[in-house]
Design a protein around this ligand. Structure first.
Ligand code: RIB
Length: 300
């Protein structure tokens, strides 16, 4: 099976359940507290691994208690740790997450070591890249590193899937290097420079015209809109009762890439990705919520 190379962030998530998200200046008493592994890069890597993908994961952690525990955790997950490095120059990434009674969250990330992942690191991993492999990235590491990796991947015939989260303005030169981009509706509108609430198909077509080969706009409970080489269609979400949407998008991206690496067409891959993320939202936490392949294969 083709390799899936994930380059991205790893955080430890400090999660608190709450009835509602506090307003500025408000103090509220929350509910249960959980501490678990997170970070968009690591969540996507774990999703690839649990879905049975052939994973290589690159991330930077602090050489501190959280970083060392994370490394041990990745080893226990069966993840190859050759490209996970501990740095003395920054603390491990941490995210503060509040989850309200409607399963919505708010997240603040202290990036720490994630922001030290640089072009030299990418150079180390390019030797693993072979034509037809998939490179999956997000935006919790320096944008310069993402653009550099995209260019390297493109030159090697590797298909780059970019989950553009958290949203930021992307340089125009990046788009033609991308095999696929997977924003949510708000991220898509921002990238396309369109008003909030613009029809998703219009936004997706604009992103396609900007040079990305394929676009998937994730729409939460409404499923996702796919623009496959300019042709648009919709894939429904599975109906579930969500309790925490954290890492739903990450699970979708990881599972999507496994489907593609196994040779599924884009629609089939989006269906298993949708199933995986629908399971993730029924559980608390980022990585604790990510399902295993055997859970996906039922009822699909
Ligand atoms: O996508 C969810 C993730 O965003 C969390 O795990 C948190 O660490 C932040 O990176």
């Amino acid at each position: 099976m083709k390799k899936i190379i994930v380059i991205g962030s790893s955080n430890v998530d400090m999660v608190m359940k709450t009835s509602h998200l506090p307003a500025p200046g408000e103090t509220i008493l929350g509910g249960e507290f959980l501490m678990n592994q997170g970070g968009k890069g690591a969540n996507q890597a774990v999703a690839v691994r649990r879905m049975g993908g052939n994973l290589i994961f690159m991330a930077k952690l602090g050489n501190d208690i959280l970083g060392r525990q994370s490394l041990e955790y990745f080893e226990n997950e069966g993840i190859d740790t050759r490209y996970l490095t501990l740095t003395e120059n920054a603390a491990s990434g941490v995210a503060l997450i509040s989850v309200d009674s409607q399963a919505e969250n708010s997240i603040i990330v202290a990036s720490g070591a994630n922001m030290l992942l640089n072009e030299q690191d990418v150079d180390r991993i390019t030797e693993e890249m072979e034509e037809g492999d998939i490179l999956l990235m997000q935006l919790e590491i320096p944008l310069q590193t993402v653009v550099y990796a995209a260019k390297k991947a493109f030159e090697k015939g590797v298909k780059m899937v970019l989950n553009p989260a958290p949203a930021c303005n992307l340089p125009q030169e990046l788009f033609p290097y991308l095999y696929m981009i997977t924003p949510n509706a708000i991220e898509a509108e921002m990238l396309a420079g369109m008003k909030l609430g613009t029809d998703a198909e219009e936004v997706g077509k604009k992103l396609y015209e900007m040079g990305v080969k394929n676009v998937i706009i994730t729409l939460g409970a409404k499923g996702c809109l796919i623009i496959e080489e300019g042709i648009s269609y919709h894939v429904d979400a599975f109906k579930v009762k969500p309790i925490d949407t954290t890492a739903a998008g990450d699970t979708f991206n990881g599972a999507l890439c496994v489907g593609l690496a196994e040779g599924m067409d884009l629609k089939q891959a989006a269906v298993i990705a949708s199933k995986a993320s629908s399971i993730a939202v029924t559980r608390m936490g980022a990585q604790p919520s990510i399902p295993y392949r055997k859970e996906i294969n039922t009822n699909i």
